[in-house]
Design a protein around this ligand. Sequence first.
Ligand SMILES: *[C@@H]1O[C@H](CO)[C@@H](O)[C@H](O)[C@H]1NC(C)=O
Ligand SMILES: *[C@@H]1O[C@H](CO)[C@@H](O)[C@H](O)[C@H]1NC(C)=O
Ligand SMILES: *[C@@H]1O[C@H](CO)[C@@H](O)[C@H](O)[C@H]1NC(C)=O
Ligand SMILES: *[C@@H]1O[C@H](CO)[C@@H](O)[C@H](O)[C@H]1NC(C)=O
Ligand SMILES: *[C@@H]1O[C@H](CO)[C@@H](O)[C@H](O)[C@H]1NC(C)=O
Length: 497
Amino acid sequence: MALESAYQPLATSPSNESNLDEQKGRHRRSRIDIPFTSFILSRRKLVLAILLSLSLISAALFSLPALKTLYGSPIELVPAENPYFQTGGIWDHNDAIAAKLYRCEALGLLRNTSLPLESNLRPSAEEEAALTAEGCGTNETTIIILASLWFAEAYSGTSNTGESIYAQSVISALNANNYSYVFTSLGWYNPDMKKTVELWNQHRWNVRMILADPDQVNVCWNPEHNCTKSEANPEGIEAWRLMSFWYWDTIGNPLGPTFTLSPFAKTPNTLMSLSIEPTCKRLPYLPSAYRPHPPQAWLLAKQVHYLDNTTAFSWTLEALTGLQKEFGIHVKGGMVDDDAETLKRVKAANIENVGRLGKIEFYEELAKSSVLIGVGRPRISPSPWDALCVGVPFINPILEWDEEDPKDRSKWHAQQWHMTDLDPPYVYNVHAHDIVGLRRAVHAAIHHPIESFIPEVMTFKWVRNRMGEIVESDWRTKAKGILEERLRVGEGALFVM
Ligand SMILES: *[C@@H]1O[C@H](CO)[C@@H](O)[C@H](O)[C@H]1NC(C)=O
Ligand SMILES: *[C@@H]1O[C@H](CO)[C@@H](O)[C@H](O)[C@H]1NC(C)=O
Ligand SMILES: *[C@@H]1O[C@H](CO)[C@@H](O)[C@H](O)[C@H]1NC(C)=O
Ligand SMILES: *[C@@H]1O[C@H](CO)[C@@H](O)[C@H](O)[C@H]1NC(C)=O
Ligand SMILES: *[C@@H]1O[C@H](CO)[C@@H](O)[C@H](O)[C@H]1NC(C)=O
C-alpha cells in the first residue's frame, strides 16, 4: 500500500507562521474600525449591539469613552473564547495526566478502560458520580495518545495550518467529552514512535487509541521498531488501536480507510469532522449592514504570485479591476510579496495589498468583507469555512470539469473541493477563467448578504458526538473482519490481533 511518506504541502490559512504575536493577539481585544464606531460585535452581544446601535450616532458625537460609560459599565465587545481549548506545555500536560491516574490508582479507583466497557460492566450513575467526584470518572481515565505532530503544534499554539486547526478541533471535542489525552510527537519531520511506545507501556490499561500521522503509523508497523504487537513483540500496540489522523483524502493507514480519520465528508475515510464553530465564535463578526462601503472583496491568496499571469490564477488582474469599476467594490488581499513583477502589476491594477497578516488581523479583514474570492490556490484551505461562519459568501473556482458537461458536479475539481455541494447565497462555484461567471457571482454575492452559516457536520455539537462514537467504537472487531478478509483473499498486510 502506498502511504504518503512525506508531509504534504500545508493547507495554511492566510496567516503568519511566526506566532508569538498571534498568541498574544488571541488574548487581546480585537478591533475593527468602521465609521462612527470602534467596537467589535460578538455574536452573543449582538442583541445588545442592535439596541445600542440607535444611540451610536449620538454617542459618536462624543468621544469613545463616553460610549463606554453610557450604560454605567464598560462595554466589552470581545470575541468569546473557545471554552474547550487552551494552549499549554505538552510535557507538563502529560505529567498532570500521569499524576491523575497515579492518584486514582492509589485510591483504588482506577479501572481498566483499554476497551469500551460492555454495557453490563458500566458503572451505575451513582458509581460514576462517586468516581467523578474523585477525578476518576470513566472518560477522564480513558486515554487517547495524540502522537501526531499537529496535536503538539495545536496545543503549543505554534501553528495555524489546516492540520493544526483540525487538531485543535479534535482536542476541543475530547475535552468536551472529558476524555484524557497525552502528547507523544517528537517534533517536525520525526516520525519516531519511541515516546508513543513509552507512554503506551506506562498507561497500557487506560489507552483506548492512538491518533498518529500516517508516516508514524508506517514506522510503527515496521517490525524493527518493536512498536506494533507481533509474535516477536507481544506487548506491543495492537494495530487496531493505531488510527491515522489525516487531513487529506487519501488512505493513510495499512488497515485501510476505516482506520484513517479525516475531516471532510466524501472521502473513503472515516469521518471525524472538523468543527470551526468554537473558533469562529471567537472571531469578529459584523452584520452586513455594518460592513464598509464600498463593499470589500477579499482575495483568498497569501502570496502575490498566486495572482501571476499563468493559468493557475483563475481570473486576471484586469478582471478584478473591472469588478471594482463595474460594482464599485474594493478588491483587497493580504499577500506576502514573493513576486516583484506580479506585485507591480497588482499595484497598477489598483488592487490593495496590505501584506502578510496575523491570524486575528486576517479574520478582522474577512469579517469586514462582503465576499471572499478564491483565485485557484491554495487548495483545501479552511478559510472559506471561516468566511461562511462570519457571514461572508465564497467564490470557489472550479479548476477542472467535464468539457462535455461542465455542470456535472461529480467531475468538478474545485479550489475547495469539499464545497462543491454548496450553493448560492453561500458558495458560488464558478468555472476558472469564466470572467462573466465571476462578475455574476460577485454581483449576486454583494446583493445577497448571508448570516453566519455552519454545515451541520461541522457544528461542535455534531463533532463532539462523533468523537464519542469514535472513542467508543469496537475497532477490534472491525480489524478482525479486515484480517479475516485478507487471509481469505491472500492479499494485504497481516497483523496480530
Ligand atoms: C484490561 O482489559 C482487557 C480487555 O478486557 C484485558 O484483556 C486485560 O487483561 C485487562 N488488563 C488487566 C491488567 O486486567
Ligand atoms: C467535563 O468537561 C467540562 C468541560 O471541559 C467541564 O466543565 C466538566 O466539569 C467536566 N465534567 C466532568 C464530569 O469531569
Ligand atoms: C526489539 O525487541 C527485541 C526483542 O526484545 C530486541 O532484541 C531488539 O533489540 C529490539 N529492537 C529495538 C529497535 O529496540
Ligand atoms: C508573464 O509575465 C512575465 C514577467 O513576469 C513575462 O515575461 C511574460 O511574458 C508574461 N506572460 C504573458 C503571457 O503575459
Ligand atoms: C463520556 O463520553 C460520552 C461519549 O462517548 C459522552 O456521551 C458522555 O457525556 C461523556 N461523559 C462525560 C462525563 O463527559
